[in-house]
Design a protein around this ligand. Sequence first.
Ligand code: AMP
Ligand code: MG
Length: 469
Amino acid sequence: MHIPFDNSYAALPQDFYTRINPTSVKSPMLLAFNNDLAKILGIETADVTEQSQIFSGNKIPQGAAPLAQLYAGHQFGNYNPQLGDGRAILLGEVIDTNGLRRDIQLKGSGPTPYSRGGDGRAWVGPVLREYVISEAMHALGIPTTRALAAVATGEDILREQGMLPGAVLTRIASSHLRVGTFQVFAHRNQPEQLQILTDYAIARHYPDAAGPMDLLRAVCRKQADLIAAWMSVGFIHGVMNTDNCSIAGETIDYGPCAFMDDFHMGRVFSSIDRQSRYAYGNQPNMALWNMAQLATALLQLADNKDAALEEATAIIHAMPDQIETAWLARFGAKIGLHAPHPDDTDLIQSLLDLMQAEGADFTNTFRALSGDHARNHFTNRDAFDAWSRNHQARIAAEPDPAATMNAANPAVIPRNHRMEQMITAATAGDMAPFHRLMQAFATPFVDTDPKLARTPAPAETVRATFCGT
Ligand code: AMP
Ligand code: MG
C-alpha cells in the first residue's frame, strides 16, 4: 500500500506530542473500508489483508511518523490539565487530491503516555457508530472528520457491559488541533509553544489570519456555522468539551452523540451529561463558552493585553448573532426560503414550538413540509393548519420552495435505534445492516430506503447513549 505521507505535526517541537507506535493486535479483520475516501487521500490499496494490518496498527506504513498528541481541556466545565491522545495515534498527514492537508489517525490503537489508566482501546460498537455517523454527517453537508477504515482486533476488551470485541477506527481530519491544544500551553505558561501552535494553526487552516485575534475570529465563524448545521439536522454532540472542539471547525469525537427523533429543545441523550450542559438547545451557548476558553488562551500572546482583551470580547460577543444568522439560513431553507429574513424567525420558531408541544418527529415533520402530509404529524391539526396558512403565504413568491426544502430536510438520518440494531448485528458478525445504512446515508436527501425513515417503535426507542467507549 502506498500512502503519500507529508507530515508536518511531527516536525513541531517534541513537547507537542510523544512518539509512539500502535500496539499490535491478535487477529485483525477488516470490517469496513472507505474506497472513495481512500482515492481522495491518494491512498492506493486493494489488498484487504494489508488494509487490516495497517489500519489495525499492526504494520506501520512507510512514511508514517506515529505519535500521540498532547492536549488538555475543560470537561463539563472543569479544567483537566492533561488529556492528550489516550487511545489514538496520528500516523501522519497527506495532502489530498483537493490540495487539503488531512490527518490519518488510528483510534483504539493501544495505550499511550496520555491514557490515564485507560486501556487505549475501543470496541466495535462505538467504532462503527462513529464510522456511520461521521460519514452520514459528511453526506448531510456538515463539516466533520471522516472514517477511512474499521478493523476488528480479534481481542476482547472489558467495558461496563462486560467483555466486548475490540476494533480500531481510522479517522481522517483536517487536523486534530483542538481548543484544548491551545489551553495546555497557555495553562503551563509556555508562550513560545503557544506562539508556535498559533502560527501552525494559522498556516494550516486560516492562512489569511494576521495573528491570534484573527485566528479566534475565524474559528468562531466556523463554530457558529457548525452549531447551526448540527441544529438543522437535530444533532446533539453530547460532549462539547474544549478537547472535543476542533480549530478547523469540524465535528469531532463522536461519543454519546445522537440525532433526536421527537423534537425538544432540551433533549439530552448522554448518560454522563447529568446537568444537561450539552442539551440540543444549549449547544450555541456551549460553543460560545468554548470559544471564550480559546480566547483566554490566545490572550497570553498579546503584547497589549487591554487592547487584545477588548478585541477578544468583541469577537466573542459577535458570536450569538453569527449563530443566529447561520441558524436562520439553515432553518429558513428547511421551510422553503432561499433567502430568509430575520422577520422569518417567528414563523420558524412557532413551528418548532408546535413540534415540541406535540413531540413531533424532527426529521420527518420537516421532510413532510414539501408535500401535503405534514399535518399528519400533529394531533392539533387546527394549530398546524393556522401555521401552514402563514407558511403558504410566505413561500408563495419563492421560486421553488419544495426543492429548497428537499435539499435542506434529509429523508434519513442515523436514528439511534438503527445504530443499536446495526451494532448488535455487527457484534454477531452480520455487517448487512451496516452496509444498508451506509448506502442510505450516502444520499440522505433522497428517499431510497423509506423504512429507515421510520420513527422507532416504543420498544425500540433509545433514551440514553453511553460513553462506554
Ligand atoms: P473523549 O471525551 O471521549 O474524547 O475522551 C476524553 C479523553 O479520554 C481523551 O484524552 C481520550 O484519549 C481519553 N480516553 C477515552 N477512552 C480511553 C481509553 N479507553 N483508554 C485511554 N484513554 C481514553
Ligand atoms: Mg476527545
